[in-house]
Design a protein around this ligand. Structure first.
Ligand code: GLA
Length: 389
């Protein structure tokens, strides 16, 4: 931690002089069950992870926002009076978007100079963009002298991503990053944006297995799946798939393409699995956990079709490794990170075996690490910031 803080302080002194006085942070997330259920207003079991993004800044009174990202080794600069969207895919849009939406919400923002640092691997499906938005929202709110509740903040960050980054994502990533609590996963109900804490058994750890395979298709394929789900809901006469049953789906199968029917089936089944997994975790029922993760991965492969070759190789490596309890996709799919439930005593042996097997199968060196449940977006603990601690 000290190393991170020192890196930030050095960069800040170099770029802006002096030291920052506002330190915000927000975690990434990994979903444990509930792929693509969020925009269908369903359930997700999600974990805010112990990998976060820190933005350390200081107010400016000339209306300028000057940002230096250590991860991108790049700078962004805009004025708070006229926040414009930059080109598609530009990292600064996440922060510009948050500033813009907060201004539309009536926040009186001042300028800012800040250094951004992260230990969330970028673009790997752990919501580094949501963490950036949520940490930025914490900072901007404090400049604007008002504090939003975590759910409202998540909605603002989601809007920023939709409107400024041009990604029509659901609320999962921003909700997890804003509303997470250390020590437990969240059972999120996207219908009313409520959530309840879910404790994971002490003897089960969550291990991230990063395929390190790029997720190029994710953007366009995501939108196509979303459209298929919306079409299915419309034909069944419900506002979202959350409100539909498999029986209703069967009754419209003539009117729906085989592909859209597969997509809808996956969502209906996956939604059920979220509640079943919550139950299995509460009972420490390992057999159920294995089965539910396997069903989820099968559905993601055959019905939702978001599984790529490296992901198949990774799931094989995960399931064959010592201590494996369950293994499945995470995030939007199409490569990126996957998640495993692992017997806590075997995490090191599991990680070694996965690395070896996956490398043998794909020639790619994966990254495998255990994560814990972290607190949602907020200010960095004071002891972390103290220069002389
Ligand atoms: C991405 C999106 C989320 C969610 C997941 C799939 O992470 O940003 O809103 O749809 O994919 O569950």
């Amino acid at each position: 931690m000290n190393e991170r803080r020192d890196r930030i302080l050095t960069a800040f002194a170099e770029k802006f002089g002096g030291s920052p006085d506002l330190w915000a942070r927000a975690p990434g997330r990994v979903d444990l069950m509930g792929s693509h259920t969020d925009y269908n207003l369903g359930y997700v079991l999600t974990l805010p992870i112990s990998r976060d993004t820190v933005i350390a800044g200081r107010a400016r009174h000339d209306g300028m926002v000057r940002l230096h990202s250590l991860a991108m080794d790049a700078e962004d600069c805009f004025t708070i009076d006229s926040v414009e969207r930059a080109g598609r895919g530009y990292w600064g849009n996440y922060i510009r978007g948050v500033a813009s939406v907060l201004l539309q919400e009536g926040f009186a923002l001042t300028g800012l100079e800040a250094v951004i640092e992260t230990v969330i691997p970028l673009g790997s499906g752990l919501s580094s963009s949501a963490a950036l938005e949520c940490a930025a929202a914490v900072l901007f709110q404090s400049l604007g002298g008002r504090q939003l509740d975590p759910v409202r903040m998540a909605q603002i960050c989601q809007r920023a991503e939709n409107e400024f980054a041009g990604v029509s994502c659901g609320i999962l990533d921003q909700y997890t990053s804003c509303a997470g609590r250390a020590g437990c996963a969240l059972l999120l109900d996207c219908k009313d944006l409520s959530s309840r804490p879910v404790r994971l058994p002490d003897d089960i750890s969550v291990v991230i297995c990063d395929t390190r395979a790029r997720r190029e298709l994710a953007g366009s394929e995501y939108g196509m799946r979303r459209a298929d789900c919306e079409l299915g809901a419309k034909l069944m006469g419900v506002p979202a798939l959350r409100y539909a049953s498999l029986k209703q789906l069967d009754s419209v199968s003539d009117a729906l393409s085989a592909r859209a029917a597969r997509r809808c089936r996956f969502i209906l089944e996956e939604n059920e699995r979220v509640l079943r997994l919550e139950n299995a975790l509460a009972r420490g029922d390992r057999e159920q956990i294995v089965a539910l993760c396997a069903e989820s991965f099968r559905g993601a492969t055959e019905l939702y079709e978001i599984v790529t070759f490296p992901m198949k190789m990774m799931v094989d490596a995960m399931l064959a490794a010592p201590g494996a309890i369950g293994a499945r996709q995470a995030g939007a799919g199409f490569g990126g990170c996957m998640a495993a439930f692992v017997d806590t005593r075997s995490v090191a042996a599991f990680s070694n075996a996965v690395c070896l097997e996956y490398r043998k199968a794909t020639g790619i060196e994966p990254i495998v690490y255990a994560v814990e449940a972290a607190d949602g977006a907020g200010f960095v603990e004071e002891k972390w910031q103290e220069v002389n601690s």
